[in-house]
Design a protein around this ligand. Structure first.
Ligand SMILES: *Cc1c(COP(=O)(O)O)cnc(C)c1O
Length: 402
């Protein structure tokens, strides 16, 4: 007789490929024997007796109490993503920003210092500079790719390094193993926002990082439907993060977890196809005379190509380029595409086109834009699953308008 409780026998998790984990890991069946993961749309759970309730609440007996703490659908998502990242444990959150905040508030205290890459998501910069600063947590901003810059920023109070690699939108790449070693030398933790590569292309914990952050809103959903996030790492660190989430309430909705479980199933296929399409478009774009520069880690001429090729199994499906003629030309280019969606989102099966200087990075000061390479002629593409020929024709149409 087969034991059908688990979607994948937990003993097999260490021995199967990423695609198998993506489809099956963490799935757990109810007594109904459903094949597809069940959606437990319930806020609370009941007990057979007052005594059982007391045992659950005291922690003497494991089990669900309330969906702000645990929910079976959310737990399936957490186990699946943990298996894919090679983490002991995952804590799901209501958004990617909630994941970063939960990690910081669970692990940092007033007076601690953090070192953060200047090339992080715009809202992440605001979180550190405005809200964490208010709590007495001081941030030093450094160059993602320059290990010596990180070293110079370390003080006796440094507790955390935080970065995104590759960066959005310029595709700069950090040496994750070197930064993990540096952080550990100073008794600090290294956290990597792995939103753009996902575990399919890069596994930061294997490279020495202590924590991985995700915005599930992007490639994990992949179809632009739901907001969610996750923090992953050791059991010990995640116990702290879980304690914060169940107390402060930024828990993932079971409905969103159910969507993300389905998203994970196709993630390896989607990201490989989107990555191949992005490389093909980048190779075509560099040949176009109206384009000043293309930023894509998959191109040999990108300054971090070697490092990306060593650290990642392929290149994230996000690329950017600068058109001659500044903002006016960039806006004209964007307005003349007919397939790409004009939106700030990324990671979707639908390709998107963005003008970072006036949208995603619009809140940066002029000096910060300069330092981060966010020039007025810069355009970002997140490459989806449409035919690459149709996408190229759309870009050619836009180029012809310049
Ligand atoms: C979108 C994004 C976030 C924030 O995620 P939300 O789910 O929108 O809160 C964090 N990091 C990166 C790299 C992102 O792209």
């Amino acid at each position: 007789m087969r034991d059908v409780e688990w979607g994948l026998d937990p003993e097999l998790i260490e021995h199967v490929d990423m695609s198998t984990l993506a489809v099956r890991a963490g799935g757990k069946r109810s007594a109904e024997g459903e094949h597809s993961e069940a959606l437990f749309m319930t806020s609370s759970f009941v007990y057979a007796s007052a005594e059982e309730a007391a045992r659950r609440f005291s922690g003497a007996e494991p089990g669900n109490i309330y969906s702000r703490f645990t929910n079976p659908t959310v737990a399936m998502f957490e186990r699946r993503l943990a298996a894919m990242e090679g983490a002991e444990r995952c804590v799901a959150t209501s958004s990617g920003m909630a994941a970063i905040l939960a990690m910081c508030l669970a692990l940092l205290s007033q007076g601690d210092e953090v070192v953060v890459s200047r090339s992080v998501f715009g809202t992440t910069r605001v979180l550190f500079d405005k809200y964490l600063a208010k709590l007495g947590i001081c941030t030093h901003w450094v160059d993602l790719a320059d290990v010596r810059d990180w070293e110079r920023a370390v003080t006796a109070k440094t507790r955390l390094f935080f970065l995104e690699s590759p960066s959005n939108p310029l595709g700069e790449v950090a040496d994750i193993a070197a930064l993990a070693a540096l952080a550990h030398q100073h008794a600090a933790l290294l956290a990597v926002d792995n939103c753009l590569c996902t575990p399919v292309l890069q596994r930061p914990l294997q490279l020495g990082a202590d924590l991985v952050i995700h915005s599930a809103t992007k490639f994990i959903d992949g179809q632009g439907r739901a907001l969610g996030g996750a923090v992953l790492g050791s059991q010990k660190l995640m116990d702290e993060v879980f304690g914060y989430i169940r107390t402060c309430g930024a828990s993932m909705s079971p409905f969103n977890a159910w969507i993300f479980l389905k998203g994970l199933e196709t993630l390896p296929l989607r990201i490989q196809a989107q990555s191949a399409a992005a490389l093909s478009l980048a190779r075509w774009l560099v040949q176009q005379p109206q384009i000043e520069q293309v930023f894509y880690g998959g191109l040999e001429q990108h300054p971090h190509h070697e490092r990306a090729a060593h650290q990642q199994s392929a290149f994230a499906p996000l690329l950017s380029f600068v058109v001659h003629g500044g903002r006016e030309a960039a806006w004209r280019f964007i307005d003349h595409t007919r397939i790409f969606s004009i939106t700030g989102n990324l990671g979707d099966t639908k390709s998107t086109i963005t003008h970072p200087a006036t949208t995603t990075h619009g809140r940066l000061s002029e000096a910060d834009k300069q330092a981060s390479g966010i020039v007025e002629g810069l355009i970002r593409l997140s490459v989806g699953l449409e035919s690459v020929d149709d996408l190229q024709a759309d870009l050619a149409r836009a180029l012809a308008s310049l």
